[in-house]
Ligand binder design. Structure first.
Ligand SMILES: Cc1cc2nc3c(=O)[nH]c(=O)nc-3n(C[C@H](O)[C@H](O)[C@H](O)COP(=O)(O)O)c2cc1C
Length: 358
Protein backbone atom coordinates (compact mmCIF):
# COMPACT_ATOMS: atom_id res chain seq x y z
CA UNK A 1 0.00 0.00 0.00
CA UNK A 2 1.36 3.42 -0.97
CA UNK A 3 0.61 6.07 1.64
CA UNK A 4 3.72 8.23 1.59
CA UNK A 5 6.86 8.85 -0.45
CA UNK A 6 8.89 6.39 1.61
CA UNK A 7 6.57 3.60 0.49
CA UNK A 8 7.53 4.45 -3.08
CA UNK A 9 11.20 4.61 -2.14
CA UNK A 10 11.13 1.07 -0.76
CA UNK A 11 9.44 -0.26 -3.90
CA UNK A 12 12.08 1.52 -5.99
CA UNK A 13 15.06 0.06 -4.12
CA UNK A 14 14.30 -3.52 -5.09
CA UNK A 15 13.13 -2.86 -8.61
CA UNK A 16 16.15 -1.73 -10.63
CA UNK A 17 19.57 -3.16 -11.52
CA UNK A 18 22.04 -2.43 -8.74
CA UNK A 19 24.16 0.01 -10.72
CA UNK A 20 21.20 2.17 -11.79
CA UNK A 21 19.63 2.15 -8.35
CA UNK A 22 23.06 3.08 -6.96
CA UNK A 23 23.43 6.00 -9.37
CA UNK A 24 20.01 7.41 -8.49
CA UNK A 25 20.09 6.89 -4.75
CA UNK A 26 23.69 7.49 -3.76
CA UNK A 27 25.38 10.51 -2.29
CA UNK A 28 29.04 11.53 -2.37
CA UNK A 29 31.65 9.62 -0.35
CA UNK A 30 30.30 8.68 3.13
CA UNK A 31 26.85 10.04 2.25
CA UNK A 32 26.80 12.18 5.39
CA UNK A 33 25.23 15.22 3.71
CA UNK A 34 22.69 12.95 2.05
CA UNK A 35 21.54 11.74 5.47
CA UNK A 36 21.82 15.16 7.17
CA UNK A 37 19.57 16.75 4.53
CA UNK A 38 16.80 14.61 5.98
CA UNK A 39 17.64 14.29 9.64
CA UNK A 40 17.86 18.07 10.12
CA UNK A 41 14.11 18.40 9.57
CA UNK A 42 13.60 16.77 12.98
CA UNK A 43 15.67 19.49 14.63
CA UNK A 44 12.96 22.02 13.89
CA UNK A 45 9.52 21.84 15.46
CA UNK A 46 6.24 23.48 14.54
CA UNK A 47 4.28 25.79 16.84
CA UNK A 48 0.78 25.47 15.35
CA UNK A 49 -1.82 28.24 15.59
CA UNK A 50 -5.50 27.37 16.16
CA UNK A 51 -9.01 28.85 15.80
CA UNK A 52 -8.20 30.67 12.57
CA UNK A 53 -10.94 29.46 10.17
CA UNK A 54 -8.92 27.19 7.92
CA UNK A 55 -11.91 26.06 5.87
CA UNK A 56 -10.24 27.48 2.73
CA UNK A 57 -6.54 27.04 2.17
CA UNK A 58 -4.73 28.53 -0.82
CA UNK A 59 -1.36 26.93 -1.62
CA UNK A 60 -0.75 28.86 -4.86
CA UNK A 61 2.29 31.09 -5.45
CA UNK A 62 4.04 32.89 -8.29
CA UNK A 63 7.58 32.08 -9.37
CA UNK A 64 9.10 34.54 -11.86
CA UNK A 65 5.55 35.66 -12.76
CA UNK A 66 4.38 32.08 -13.39
CA UNK A 67 1.32 31.32 -11.30
CA UNK A 68 1.50 27.76 -9.98
CA UNK A 69 -0.81 25.76 -7.72
CA UNK A 70 1.66 24.96 -4.96
CA UNK A 71 5.23 25.76 -3.91
CA UNK A 72 6.42 22.23 -4.79
CA UNK A 73 8.54 22.14 -7.96
CA UNK A 74 10.29 19.28 -9.78
CA UNK A 75 14.10 19.52 -9.55
CA UNK A 76 16.43 18.75 -12.46
CA UNK A 77 17.28 15.05 -12.36
CA UNK A 78 19.49 13.49 -15.03
CA UNK A 79 18.74 10.46 -17.23
CA UNK A 80 15.18 9.72 -16.19
CA UNK A 81 14.55 6.98 -18.75
CA UNK A 82 16.69 4.60 -16.72
CA UNK A 83 13.78 4.63 -14.25
CA UNK A 84 10.97 4.30 -16.82
CA UNK A 85 10.56 4.74 -20.59
CA UNK A 86 8.30 7.79 -19.98
CA UNK A 87 11.41 9.60 -18.67
CA UNK A 88 11.43 13.40 -18.83
CA UNK A 89 8.34 13.40 -21.08
CA UNK A 90 6.33 11.80 -18.25
CA UNK A 91 7.76 14.28 -15.76
CA UNK A 92 6.85 17.28 -17.90
CA UNK A 93 3.30 16.02 -18.44
CA UNK A 94 2.84 15.34 -14.72
CA UNK A 95 4.12 18.85 -13.94
CA UNK A 96 1.64 20.24 -16.43
CA UNK A 97 -1.24 18.31 -14.89
CA UNK A 98 -0.40 19.68 -11.44
CA UNK A 99 0.31 23.18 -12.77
CA UNK A 100 3.81 23.30 -11.41
CA UNK A 101 7.30 23.91 -12.78
CA UNK A 102 9.66 21.20 -13.98
CA UNK A 103 13.36 21.92 -14.47
CA UNK A 104 14.76 19.89 -17.34
CA UNK A 105 18.37 18.69 -16.91
CA UNK A 106 21.12 19.20 -19.50
CA UNK A 107 21.91 15.49 -19.08
CA UNK A 108 18.48 14.20 -20.00
CA UNK A 109 17.38 11.31 -22.18
CA UNK A 110 14.66 13.32 -23.89
CA UNK A 111 16.14 16.57 -25.15
CA UNK A 112 14.65 20.05 -25.23
CA UNK A 113 13.10 19.56 -28.67
CA UNK A 114 11.00 16.69 -27.30
CA UNK A 115 10.14 18.15 -23.90
CA UNK A 116 9.94 21.89 -24.64
CA UNK A 117 6.62 21.77 -26.51
CA UNK A 118 4.86 19.72 -23.79
CA UNK A 119 4.44 22.29 -21.02
CA UNK A 120 4.61 26.07 -20.76
CA UNK A 121 6.19 26.13 -17.30
CA UNK A 122 9.59 24.58 -17.90
CA UNK A 123 13.00 25.75 -16.72
CA UNK A 124 16.22 24.46 -18.25
CA UNK A 125 19.10 23.36 -16.02
CA UNK A 126 22.47 24.30 -17.41
CA UNK A 127 25.72 22.44 -17.01
CA UNK A 128 28.03 24.99 -18.53
CA UNK A 129 30.27 23.20 -21.01
CA UNK A 130 33.89 24.02 -21.69
CA UNK A 131 32.67 24.36 -25.28
CA UNK A 132 31.09 27.82 -25.08
CA UNK A 133 29.61 27.59 -28.56
CA UNK A 134 27.72 24.45 -27.52
CA UNK A 135 26.46 26.19 -24.38
CA UNK A 136 25.43 29.27 -26.38
CA UNK A 137 23.46 27.19 -28.88
CA UNK A 138 21.67 25.30 -26.13
CA UNK A 139 20.68 28.53 -24.34
CA UNK A 140 19.38 30.11 -27.52
CA UNK A 141 17.38 26.99 -28.35
CA UNK A 142 15.81 27.12 -24.89
CA UNK A 143 14.55 30.64 -25.51
CA UNK A 144 13.11 29.59 -28.85
CA UNK A 145 11.38 26.61 -27.30
CA UNK A 146 9.77 28.88 -24.68
CA UNK A 147 11.62 27.67 -21.60
CA UNK A 148 10.95 30.26 -18.92
CA UNK A 149 14.29 30.38 -17.05
CA UNK A 150 17.79 28.98 -16.92
CA UNK A 151 18.81 27.15 -13.75
CA UNK A 152 22.58 27.50 -13.65
CA UNK A 153 24.12 24.76 -11.50
CA UNK A 154 27.27 26.01 -9.80
CA UNK A 155 28.13 23.26 -7.35
CA UNK A 156 29.69 21.02 -9.99
CA UNK A 157 33.05 22.38 -11.20
CA UNK A 158 33.67 18.64 -11.37
CA UNK A 159 31.60 15.64 -10.41
CA UNK A 160 31.56 14.64 -6.73
CA UNK A 161 32.59 11.03 -6.29
CA UNK A 162 29.78 8.64 -5.56
CA UNK A 163 31.65 5.58 -4.47
CA UNK A 164 28.79 3.23 -5.29
CA UNK A 165 29.10 4.31 -8.95
CA UNK A 166 32.83 3.65 -8.87
CA UNK A 167 32.34 0.17 -7.46
CA UNK A 168 29.56 -0.64 -9.91
CA UNK A 169 31.38 0.90 -12.90
CA UNK A 170 28.14 2.75 -13.55
CA UNK A 171 27.31 3.51 -17.16
CA UNK A 172 24.05 4.58 -18.80
CA UNK A 173 22.55 1.58 -20.67
CA UNK A 174 23.58 1.51 -24.34
CA UNK A 175 20.03 1.64 -25.63
CA UNK A 176 19.44 5.12 -24.17
CA UNK A 177 20.53 8.46 -25.57
CA UNK A 178 21.30 11.87 -24.13
CA UNK A 179 18.85 13.96 -26.15
CA UNK A 180 20.59 17.34 -25.88
CA UNK A 181 23.84 15.96 -27.26
CA UNK A 182 22.49 14.31 -30.39
CA UNK A 183 24.24 15.77 -33.42
CA UNK A 184 26.98 17.39 -31.29
CA UNK A 185 30.51 16.34 -30.49
CA UNK A 186 29.25 15.04 -27.13
CA UNK A 187 26.96 12.52 -28.78
CA UNK A 188 29.30 9.62 -28.18
CA UNK A 189 29.68 10.23 -24.46
CA UNK A 190 28.04 6.97 -23.80
CA UNK A 191 30.27 4.93 -26.03
CA UNK A 192 33.35 5.29 -23.86
CA UNK A 193 34.82 1.85 -23.39
CA UNK A 194 37.64 0.48 -21.27
CA UNK A 195 37.19 2.76 -18.29
CA UNK A 196 37.48 1.97 -14.64
CA UNK A 197 35.00 3.31 -12.13
CA UNK A 198 32.00 5.48 -13.01
CA UNK A 199 31.68 6.59 -16.62
CA UNK A 200 29.89 9.72 -15.32
CA UNK A 201 33.13 11.18 -14.03
CA UNK A 202 34.66 10.76 -17.48
CA UNK A 203 31.70 12.56 -19.09
CA UNK A 204 31.80 15.38 -16.64
CA UNK A 205 35.48 16.01 -17.28
CA UNK A 206 34.42 16.94 -20.81
CA UNK A 207 31.24 18.76 -19.95
CA UNK A 208 31.93 20.80 -16.79
CA UNK A 209 33.99 23.99 -16.89
CA UNK A 210 35.97 24.56 -13.67
CA UNK A 211 37.19 28.03 -14.73
CA UNK A 212 33.83 29.75 -14.25
CA UNK A 213 33.40 32.78 -11.98
CA UNK A 214 30.41 34.96 -11.02
CA UNK A 215 30.72 37.15 -14.12
CA UNK A 216 29.46 34.27 -16.27
CA UNK A 217 25.94 34.86 -14.89
CA UNK A 218 25.71 38.04 -16.98
CA UNK A 219 26.82 36.12 -20.07
CA UNK A 220 24.17 33.43 -19.52
CA UNK A 221 21.44 36.07 -19.14
CA UNK A 222 22.52 37.97 -22.17
CA UNK A 223 22.90 34.87 -24.32
CA UNK A 224 19.67 33.18 -23.30
CA UNK A 225 17.55 36.34 -22.84
CA UNK A 226 15.95 34.49 -19.95
CA UNK A 227 15.95 34.93 -16.15
CA UNK A 228 18.73 33.00 -14.42
CA UNK A 229 18.45 31.11 -11.14
CA UNK A 230 21.71 30.03 -9.55
CA UNK A 231 21.50 26.51 -8.13
CA UNK A 232 23.81 25.06 -5.52
CA UNK A 233 24.25 28.08 -3.26
CA UNK A 234 24.96 27.33 0.41
CA UNK A 235 26.53 30.56 1.75
CA UNK A 236 24.98 33.99 2.33
CA UNK A 237 27.95 35.75 0.71
CA UNK A 238 27.70 33.60 -2.43
CA UNK A 239 23.95 34.26 -2.56
CA UNK A 240 24.65 37.99 -2.42
CA UNK A 241 27.31 37.76 -5.11
CA UNK A 242 24.95 35.81 -7.37
CA UNK A 243 22.25 38.47 -7.00
CA UNK A 244 24.74 41.31 -7.46
CA UNK A 245 25.93 39.57 -10.64
CA UNK A 246 22.42 39.66 -12.09
CA UNK A 247 20.80 36.42 -10.93
CA UNK A 248 17.02 36.50 -10.65
CA UNK A 249 16.93 34.11 -7.74
CA UNK A 250 18.86 31.39 -6.01
CA UNK A 251 18.36 27.74 -5.29
CA UNK A 252 19.79 26.59 -1.99
CA UNK A 253 21.02 23.09 -2.73
CA UNK A 254 23.84 20.66 -2.09
CA UNK A 255 22.84 18.57 -5.10
CA UNK A 256 21.01 16.10 -2.89
CA UNK A 257 24.29 15.30 -1.07
CA UNK A 258 25.94 14.19 -4.31
CA UNK A 259 28.79 16.69 -4.61
CA UNK A 260 30.82 17.70 -1.53
CA UNK A 261 30.23 15.30 1.32
CA UNK A 262 29.82 16.87 4.77
CA UNK A 263 28.63 20.09 3.11
CA UNK A 264 26.00 21.78 5.24
CA UNK A 265 22.38 20.50 5.05
CA UNK A 266 20.21 22.93 3.13
CA UNK A 267 17.49 23.61 5.73
CA UNK A 268 20.08 25.18 8.02
CA UNK A 269 21.07 27.79 5.43
CA UNK A 270 17.64 29.17 4.52
CA UNK A 271 17.40 31.69 7.34
CA UNK A 272 20.93 33.15 7.07
CA UNK A 273 20.64 33.42 3.30
CA UNK A 274 17.22 35.08 3.51
CA UNK A 275 18.65 37.58 6.02
CA UNK A 276 21.49 38.38 3.65
CA UNK A 277 19.53 38.84 0.42
CA UNK A 278 16.39 40.48 1.84
CA UNK A 279 12.71 39.75 1.31
CA UNK A 280 12.44 40.48 -2.40
CA UNK A 281 14.80 37.79 -3.67
CA UNK A 282 13.37 34.49 -4.93
CA UNK A 283 14.72 31.58 -2.85
CA UNK A 284 14.00 27.97 -3.73
CA UNK A 285 15.43 25.11 -1.67
CA UNK A 286 15.92 21.38 -2.21
CA UNK A 287 17.41 18.40 -0.40
CA UNK A 288 15.61 15.67 1.51
CA UNK A 289 12.12 17.13 1.21
CA UNK A 290 9.73 14.20 1.61
CA UNK A 291 6.92 15.40 3.90
CA UNK A 292 4.37 18.19 3.85
CA UNK A 293 5.74 19.48 7.14
CA UNK A 294 9.24 19.71 5.59
CA UNK A 295 7.86 22.23 3.12
CA UNK A 296 6.12 24.20 5.88
CA UNK A 297 9.45 24.46 7.71
CA UNK A 298 11.38 25.58 4.62
CA UNK A 299 8.86 28.34 3.93
CA UNK A 300 8.67 29.42 7.57
CA UNK A 301 12.46 29.82 7.58
CA UNK A 302 12.37 32.02 4.48
CA UNK A 303 12.08 29.96 1.27
CA UNK A 304 9.51 30.88 -1.37
CA UNK A 305 9.31 27.37 -2.81
CA UNK A 306 10.90 23.91 -2.67
CA UNK A 307 11.93 21.23 -5.15
CA UNK A 308 11.89 17.46 -4.94
CA UNK A 309 14.54 15.35 -6.70
CA UNK A 310 14.68 11.60 -6.04
CA UNK A 311 10.92 11.21 -5.42
CA UNK A 312 10.45 11.95 -9.14
CA UNK A 313 12.43 8.79 -9.89
CA UNK A 314 10.54 6.74 -7.32
CA UNK A 315 7.25 7.78 -8.93
CA UNK A 316 8.49 7.28 -12.47
CA UNK A 317 9.79 3.82 -11.73
CA UNK A 318 6.54 2.85 -9.99
CA UNK A 319 4.17 3.86 -12.80
CA UNK A 320 5.70 6.30 -15.30
CA UNK A 321 3.91 9.64 -15.61
CA UNK A 322 1.08 8.40 -13.36
CA UNK A 323 3.63 7.54 -10.69
CA UNK A 324 4.91 11.13 -10.65
CA UNK A 325 1.33 12.31 -10.42
CA UNK A 326 0.96 10.03 -7.40
CA UNK A 327 4.06 11.63 -5.85
CA UNK A 328 2.70 15.12 -6.45
CA UNK A 329 -0.67 14.13 -5.11
CA UNK A 330 0.77 12.69 -1.90
CA UNK A 331 3.14 15.56 -1.16
CA UNK A 332 0.63 18.28 -2.04
CA UNK A 333 -2.03 16.66 0.17
CA UNK A 334 0.44 16.42 3.03
CA UNK A 335 1.42 20.04 2.60
CA UNK A 336 -2.20 21.24 2.58
CA UNK A 337 -2.85 19.17 5.69
CA UNK A 338 0.15 20.72 7.45
CA UNK A 339 -1.10 24.21 6.57
CA UNK A 340 -4.58 23.48 7.92
CA UNK A 341 -3.25 21.90 11.11
CA UNK A 342 -0.89 24.81 11.77
CA UNK A 343 -3.43 27.56 11.03
CA UNK A 344 -2.03 28.88 7.74
CA UNK A 345 -4.62 29.90 5.13
CA UNK A 346 -2.14 30.93 2.49
CA UNK A 347 1.60 30.84 1.88
CA UNK A 348 2.13 34.38 3.25
CA UNK A 349 0.81 33.23 6.62
CA UNK A 350 3.60 30.67 7.00
CA UNK A 351 5.61 32.95 9.27
CA UNK A 352 8.99 32.61 10.88
CA UNK A 353 7.32 32.21 14.27
CA UNK A 354 5.71 28.95 13.15
CA UNK A 355 8.96 27.04 13.65
CA UNK A 356 11.34 26.68 16.61
CA UNK A 357 14.71 24.99 16.76
CA UNK A 358 14.70 22.09 19.20
C1 LIG B 1 19.92 10.92 -9.84
C2 LIG B 1 20.05 12.40 -9.69
C3 LIG B 1 20.42 13.16 -10.79
C4 LIG B 1 20.55 14.54 -10.67
N1 LIG B 1 20.86 15.27 -11.77
C5 LIG B 1 21.00 16.61 -11.66
C6 LIG B 1 21.28 17.40 -12.80
O1 LIG B 1 21.40 16.89 -13.91
N2 LIG B 1 21.46 18.73 -12.62
C7 LIG B 1 21.33 19.34 -11.40
O2 LIG B 1 21.49 20.54 -11.27
N3 LIG B 1 21.01 18.61 -10.31
C8 LIG B 1 20.83 17.28 -10.40
N4 LIG B 1 20.49 16.55 -9.30
C9 LIG B 1 20.23 17.23 -8.04
C10 LIG B 1 18.74 17.63 -7.90
O3 LIG B 1 18.42 18.65 -8.78
C11 LIG B 1 18.40 18.12 -6.48
O4 LIG B 1 19.27 19.14 -6.11
C12 LIG B 1 18.42 17.01 -5.42
O5 LIG B 1 18.05 15.76 -5.98
C13 LIG B 1 17.45 17.36 -4.29
O6 LIG B 1 17.53 16.42 -3.29
P1 LIG B 1 16.52 15.18 -3.09
O7 LIG B 1 16.87 14.19 -4.15
O8 LIG B 1 16.87 14.72 -1.72
O9 LIG B 1 15.10 15.70 -3.21
C14 LIG B 1 20.33 15.16 -9.41
C15 LIG B 1 19.95 14.39 -8.31
C16 LIG B 1 19.79 13.04 -8.45
C17 LIG B 1 19.35 12.24 -7.25
Amino acid sequence: MIINLFDLESKFSGNLPEDIEGYYSSGARDEITLKRNRSIFNEYEILPKFLRDVSHVDTSISVLDLKIDSPILLAPVAMQQMAHPDGEVGTALAAKKFNTIMTHSTISNFGINDVGPLHNKLFFQLYFSKDREFTKQMLQNCKQLDYKAIVFTVDAPRLGTRERDERNSFKMPDNLKLGNFIGTKFEDFNKIENYEGSSMSIHSDHLFDPTLTFDVIGWIKETSKLPVLVKGILRPDDAQKAISSGADGIIISNHGGRQLDTAVPTLKQIEPIRKQVGNQTLIIVDGGIRRGTDILKCIALGANAVQIGRPILWGLNYAGQEGIELVLNIINNEFTESMILSGCRNIQEIDRDLVVKR
